[in-house]
Each structure stands twice: as C-alpha cells, then as structure tokens.
Design a binder for this molecule. Structure first.
Ligand code: NI
Length: 129
C-alpha cells in the first residue's frame, strides 16, 4: 500500500482551497460533488503530497457528524492498493473495522474506496489502484 492522500475536513471548501493555493499548493482537481457521500471534494498537491479537501453538503452526509468533532482539520490518510479486496480482509483481521461497504468514488475516477476505523489511529481510507 502507498499513501495516496491526506483527507482534510473543511466547512467552506472554496475558502479552504484559496488558503491552500496561497500556501503554494497546486490545484490537481477542482471541486466535484460526491453523490454517495454527499460531500464536495477537491485535490491539491505540494512537494509530492496530495491533500483532499472534503466538505459536507447536507446533514445526512457521512461526514456531517465528523465536522462537528474535528472542525477544519486532517482526519484520514488514504492508502492506494492494487489488491483492494485482499488488503481489506487483512486489515479487518488486524483490528480495523469497516465503516461501510466499499463504494465507487466519483472524485477518484469511480474506483472503489472503503473507510476503516482503528481504535488506535482513527480513520483510514483504502483506495483501489
Ligand atoms: Ni480520502
């Protein structure tokens, strides 16, 4: 598995995007609406790092409760793998709990992602390469 991006929760995605651009980040993908999770998403890069801005668009968004807890803050690391199903099973065997079924991510070319929770390190995302 390789680190693909750092997921960053934000309340106002356009304002957040502008702040990252002022820090010297380059816009990799402008804001896209993810209908599965009811969030706006965009990607920025700097120095080999990729940051994903995630902003809830409705009260039933999967991150609506998280933003109350985290406010504007990083909240997950995403790992890319060519062996999505095998890695998911192995992570589950190692104490990570799936937070839902894998589903396609429109902002990532429709490839599958799943979120898992670790009691020790919080949320991670698995992304099908
Ligand atoms: Ni992510």
């Amino acid at each position: 598995m390789n680190i693909h991006h750092i997921g960053y929760l934000v309340k106002k995605i356009e304002r957040a995007k502008q702040s990252f651009l002022k820090l010297g980040y380059a816009l990799e993908q402008d804001v896209v609406y993810d209908d599965y999770r009811k969030v706006d998403i965009c990607f920025l890069t700097k120095d080999g790092y990729r940051v994903e801005l995630v902003s809830p668009k409705s009260e039933d968004s999967v991150v609506a409760h998280l933003i109350k807890q985290y406010r504007n803050a990083p909240y997950h690391l995403c790992y890319e793998t060519e062996h999505f199903d095998e890695e998911k099973i192995e992570l589950e065997a190692n104490g990570f709990t799936c937070m839902g079924e894998p589903c396609p991510a429109p902002a990532l070319g429709g490839r599958r992602v799943v979120f898992l929770m670790s009691p020790a390190i919080g949320i991670i995302e698995l992304y099908e390469a």
